[in-house]
Design a protein around this ligand. Structure first.
Ligand SMILES: [Zn+2]
Length: 106
């Protein structure tokens, strides 16, 4: 009995800790998870709104292939043709702007 007493004590303590941990987890889940979701949703809305606003003001970015030059140069660098991806414009529409245009068309 003298040997099992500490074991029982440890078992009791660990079970108590487990209970405390689970109740604490329940409490934090019940209290903070909706708040966390709300904060994340608001942050996502703000970031998304700012991104769409930026895409409305600055709808274009440099073409990824020609880096905005609009030219596909020959190996010598003296001759060039229009960049096939941007057709010589040197720009591409940003994804957010495509979303805006897509929504405007409907
Ligand atoms: Zn290009």
């Amino acid at each position: 009995m003298i040997v099992t007493d500490p074991v029982h004590a440890v078992l009791l303590a660990s079970s108590g800790l487990m209970l405390a941990a689970t109740t604490a987890a329940d409490a934090t889940e019940a209290l903070s998870r909706p708040e966390q979701v709300a904060v994340l949703a608001v942050a996502a809305l703000i970031v998304g709104g700012l991104y769409l606003l930026a895409c409305a003001v600055w709808p274009y970015a440099n073409c990824g292939r020609c880096d905005g030059a609009g030219k596909s140069r020959s190996p010598s660098g003296k001759k060039f043709r229009n960049c096939p991806r941007c057709k010589g414009t040197g720009r591409r529409k940003r994804i957010g702007r495509r979303l805006l245009d897509h929504r405007d068309n409907h």
